[in-house]
Design a binder for this molecule. Structure first.
Ligand SMILES: *Cc1c(COP(=O)(O)O)cnc(C)c1O
Length: 237
């Protein structure tokens, strides 16, 4: 992907960078086009992934009308969520999450997209405000990539999520493998989603689609897109 690196770190300014606004507008346009072409009546929710970027970028995105942001590491995500409090953003945790960090993460996020094991689910369960949960499906053979492997484990985790306190089962999430056409990978997520919906019809969320495959994801029925670099530019190293 092309795109400029955001260099306006540390300025604290939320004055939008014109290149950022251009990329955001371009992606919004392509998302709308793809949704229309797929005959969709609802556009998917656009989650802009801001991981590794400074809070100034989050502030610029909010000023440009972005409502949902995604982060993948605690405590960086918490620090940004605190610094950007009051902007009305919804925070999505999209990365692998250690069980011992779950309680802290649930305090500042609205949704966790990476729930893939009972221990994590139990740690996220709480009588506090409701947390939206997506069950992550592993589309690779590598357990290190995170995600539930196998239909039985997925159904068991869905059942436990439905019974857990303080969490709402929203749907499934996946990251397409790089060595496979996205449409083939997304077909497996759609099948996993059908299994979950057979247990919980309202859990129809499909969190798929990143910078390189969001058009295919929309064609497959994505309800939540997690787009980073195509909007933010390259992540700082
Ligand atoms: C980083 C990340 C994204 C965004 O990736 P881009 O290629 O920058 O769009 C989406 N989902 C997850 C789980 C990620 O870690």
């Amino acid at each position: 992907m092309g795109g400029d690196t955001i260099t306006s770190t540390g300025s604290g300014s939320s004055e939008p960078d014109p290149a950022l606004l251009d990329r955001l507008a371009a992606i919004r346009g392509r998302v709308a086009d793809a949704a229309r072409a797929a005959g969709r009546t609802h556009e998917p929710t656009l989650i802009v992934v801001t991981k590794f970027h400074p809070v100034a970028l989050v502030q610029q995105l909010a000023a440009a009308g972005v409502t949902d942001v995604g982060e993948n590491r605690h405590p960086e995500a918490r620090d940004k969520a605190e610094a950007a409090a009051g902007l009305g953003l919804r925070w999505h945790f999209i990365g692998q999450l250690q069980t011992n960090k779950a309680k802290q993460v649930r305090r500042y996020v609205d949704a966790v997209h990476s729930v893939d094991r009972p221990e994590l689910l139990r740690a996220l369960s709480s009588p506090d405000r409701l947390l939206e949960v997506f069950l992550q499906v592993n589309l690779t053979d590598d357990p290190g990539r995170g995600g539930v492997a196998g239909d039985e484990a997925l159904e068991a985790l869905a059942t436990e999520t439905l019974e857990a306190e303080g969490v709402v089962l929203r749907g499934v999430m996946a990251v397409a493998p790089i060595d496979e056409p996205p449409a083939a990978a997304f077909a497996r997520v759609v099948a996993a989603s059908a299994r979950v919906r057979s247990l919980a019809p309202q859990a129809d969320g499909l969190s798929i689609g990143m910078s390189h495959d969001y058009v295919e994801a929309i064609e497959a029925g994505a309800t939540h897109l997690r787009i980073g670099t195509a909007i933010t530019g390259n992540r700082p190293v």
